[in-house]
Design a protein around this ligand. Structure first.
Ligand code: ARG
Length: 288
């Protein structure tokens, strides 16, 4: 776009001004609309009263009820994701949690802290353990393409009891209608801040066909969906990497979703039974 093109002659001035007016009245609003689309779209859901004060529909949860639920923070102590302890030395989280969301660069192990037994992230209660190694699924590219799984190996043993990892190839826990519980310190609605306290919400697993209607790129080997057709209960931003638990086993990892708790858009989770063998392989301590 050459608005300031060439020396200004008397005669060329008028078309230039008209061009400028076109620029201001059409292009500027267009750019503005493109830039703010996400925010504009986010409002209607967040404004519906009953969705507001919850994890998106859940309740505050004591660490004793979920001792294996961990928060991931950076070296400054800022929470960015969740995870689940599956051995004394291993935390399962999302692959996308191991990358810096703005630059896409890999987070260094020394820049990740695992926080255990801390219900309220504003306190210093509980245990903080440094990360020795990060294993991110080697085929991971983007959460919408699957393989959104990572294993963090802790520098020392956690005292909390680990959660049982789903068996390889298990199908039981993924039957449509099976209710699971998802845990995290994420947003309580699309445009609400993240929660200082651990929250959890129960959501039913959705069929693969229902899920691919919502997300055309859905890959049933790598993912599953959970949520109600009418929305209202879901994980949200900041819950990523957190556990989805069915019958005392870790079956899923919070991966992505279109907004949060929107009707017709369930949450998408990593189908861990496809990755159990790999996770057991990279673990340095026995995984249940
Ligand atoms: N990617 C999000 C995060 O970084 C998790 C989104 C989950 N969204 C959902 N609607 N279930 O925390």
């Amino acid at each position: 776009m050459r608005v300031h093109g060439g020396p200004s002659r008397e005669g060329a001035n008028r078309p230039l001004r008209r061009r400028l007016r076109v620029l201001v009245c059409c292009l500027v609003p267009l750019l503005w609309a493109v830039q703010t689309t996400d925010v504009v779209r986010a409002e209607p859901v967040a404004d519906r009263g009953d969705v507001r004060a919850r994890i998106v529909g859940g309740t505050a949860t004591a660490p004793e009820a979920a001792p294996w639920a961990v928060a991931l923070t950076d070296s400054a102590g800022t929470h960015f994701c969740g995870g689940a302890l599956v051995s004394a030395r291993e935390v399962v989280t999302a692959a996308h949690c191991t990358l810096d969301p703005t630059t896409g660069a890999a987070r260094r192990p020394t820049d990740i802290r695992v926080v255990l037994d801390r219900r309220d992230l504003r306190t210093r209660k509980g245990e903080v353990i440094a990360v020795e190694e990060v294993w991110r699924h080697p085929r991971y590219e983007h959460f919408t393409r699957g393989d959104d799984v990572a294993v963090l190996t802790l520098r020392s043993r956690a005292s909390a009891s680990p959660l049982k990892l789903v068996d390889a190839g298990e199908r039981e826990g993924y039957r449509p209608g099976t209710t699971g519980t998802v845990y995290g310190w994420g947003r309580t609605a699309e445009s609400e801040p993240t929660s200082p306290v651990l929250r959890s919400v129960r959501v039913p697993v959705m069929s693969n066909s229902g899920c691919s209607r919502a997300y055309p790129g859905f890959d049933s080997d790598a993912m599953f969906c959970a949520g109600y057709p009418d929305g209202g209960k879901d994980a949200c931003g900041g819950d990523s990497g957190g556990p989805f638990v069915v019958g005392g086993s870790l079956v899923g990892v919070v991966s992505y979703g279109s907004g949060c708790a929107r009707p017709g858009y369930p949450g998408v989770y990593t189908r861990l039974s496809s990755y159990t063998t790999k996770i057991r392989d990279v673990a340095v301590a026995p995984v249940r």
